[in-house]
Design a protein around this ligand. Structure first.
Ligand SMILES: *Cc1c(COP(=O)(O)O)cnc(C)c1O
Length: 334
C-alpha cells in the first residue's frame, strides 16, 4: 500500500490538470524576458496581492534571500523571529551571502514578535550599531495565522521608524482562507511578500517575490547572481497559474483534514494534540512514547517528521480516507 506522506505539503505530485497546463504552456527564454507564461504569472500574482511587480523564483529560500538583499545593504540589519524560516532554516544566507546582520527576536507562542521587543531592537543611528532596515514576519507560522490587527500594528511600527516590512508568506493562502481574510488584505501592509507555489498549492517547484517595481528590479539582479535565472521556466509558471486557479479554495479541505486528524487523536495517554488552525498538526509525545515513534509509523505506512513533537501536514495528495487510515495507525502506534 502507498504510504500516507504527512511529512510536508511539498511532497505533492502534479495533478492531471496541472500536467496538461504545463504541457500546453507557451514558452520562451525568461533570461531574455520573453517567456510569456512566466510574464503572465508575474503579472497575475502581483495583481492578486496588490503589488506593482513580481519575480518568479525557483525556491522560497531564494525568494526570501533576494528580498532581504534588495531591502538591506552590507552592514544593515533585519529583525526576524528566532524560529523564523528566513533566519533558522535558510542556511544563514542573509548573513553569509548578503552581509546582512540578523537580529533575532523571541517568537511568542502565537508566532508574533512582541511590539516592545521590536521597538527595543531598533538601533539608534550611531557608529556602534548596524543600521536596522527591515522587519521580517512569517504567516502562517508553524501552521498558525498571525492576527491581522497584529500585522497592522507591527508593520505600522516598522514603517513609523523608517524600516521596511517583508512577509515570508510561504503559506499565505492557508492563512487567508483560515481567517476568511482576502490575501491582499494581509499583504497590503508589507513592502514585499514571498509566496510558495510548491507547498499547499501543489506545484513541483516555484515561488514568487512581490514588491514595488524598483525593489523587484534589484531582486532581479540578485536572482541572477544567486543562479536563479531560469530559461523555459514557463513550464513551472504554468503549474503555478493552474494552482492559483484550481488549488487555492481547496486548501480548506486540507484544513478540515488536519482538524479531523487532530480530533481523532484526542484522549491518548502521553499524547497531546494542538488543535490546528490550518494544515499542520503538532503532537507532543511523552518521552516513552516518542522513542522510535517516527520509525514505528513509517513501518505502518505513515510518514511524519519530528522527535518529541511530531509534525503532520495535510495536502492535495491526502484524501479523507487516508486521514481515517492514518488516524487508526497513529492511535495504534502511539
Ligand atoms: C518552505 C518554506 C520556505 C521556502 O522553502 P523552499 O523549500 O526554499 O521553497 C520559506 N518559508 C517558510 C515558512 C516555508 O515553510
Amino acid at each position: 500500500m502507498k504510504p500516507i506522506d504527512l511529512r510536508s505539503d511539498t511532497v505533492t505530485r502534479p495533478t492531471a490538470g496541472m500536467w496538461e497546463a504545463m504541457r500546453a504552456a507557451e514558452l520562451g527564454d525568461d533570461v531574455f524576458g520573453d517567456d510569456p507564461t512566466v510574464n503572465a504569472l508575474q503579472r497575475r500574482i502581483a495583481a492578486d496581492l496588490g503589488f506593482e511587480a513580481a519575480l518568479f523564483m525557483p525556491t522560497g529560500t531564494q525568494s526570501n534571500l533576494c528580498a532581504l538583499m534588495s531591502h538591506c545593504q552590507r552592514g544593515d540589519e533585519y529583525l526576524v523571529g528566532q524560529m523564523a524560516h528566513t533566519y533558522r532554516m535558510e542556511g544563514g544566507g542573509a548573513a553569509v551571502l548578503g552581509s546582512i546582520q540578523p537580529q533575532p527576536l523571541l517568537n511568542q507562542a502565537d508566532g508574533t514578535l512582541a511590539l516592545a521587543d521590536i521597538e527595543a531592537a531598533i538601533k539608534p543611528d550611531d557608529a556602534h550599531f548596524a543600521r536596522t532596515k527591515l522587519l521580517a514576519l512569517e504567516n502562517t507560522w508553524g501552521g498558525q495565522v498571525l492576527p491581522l490587527d497584529y500585522i497592522e500594528a507591527a508593520t505600522q511600527l516598522a514603517h513609523s521608524r523608517g524600516l521596511a516590512a517583508h512577509l515570508d508568506g510561504a503559506r499565505l493562502f492557508n492563512a487567508a482562507l483560515a481567517s476568511g481574510v482576502p490575501a491582499r488584505e494581509i499583504t497590503r501592509h508589507f513592502d514585499s511578500v514571498s509566496v510558495c507555489f510548491s507547498k499547499g498549492l501543489g506545484t513541483p517547484a516555484g515561488s514568487a517575490l512581490c514588491g514595488s517595481r524598483e525593489l523587484i528590479a534589484r531582486a532581479h539582479r540578485w536572482r541572477k547572481m544567486a543562479g536563479g535565472a531560469m530559461r523555459q521556466s514557463g513550464v513551472l509558471a504554468a503549474a503555478a497559474l493552474y494552482a492559483l486557479d484550481h488549488h487555492v479554495a481547496r486548501l480548506t479541505q486540507d484544513h478540515a483534514h488536519a482538524r479531523a486528524l487532530a480530533a481523532g487523536l484526542q484522549g491518548l495517554a502521553g499524547v497531546s494534540v494542538t488543535p490546528p488552525q490550518t494544515n499542520i498538526v503538532f503532537i507532543d509525545l511523552a518521552p516513552e512514547k516518542a522513542h522510535g515513534a517516527v520509525e514505528r509509523l513509517r513501518e505502518r505506512g505513515v510518514l511524519a517528521t519530528g522527535l518529541t513533537k511530531l509534525r503532520l501536514v495535510t495536502h492535495l495528495d491526502v484524501s479523507a480516507s487516508d486521514i481515517d487510515r492514518a488516524t487508526v495507525i497513529l492511535r495504534e502506534s502511539l
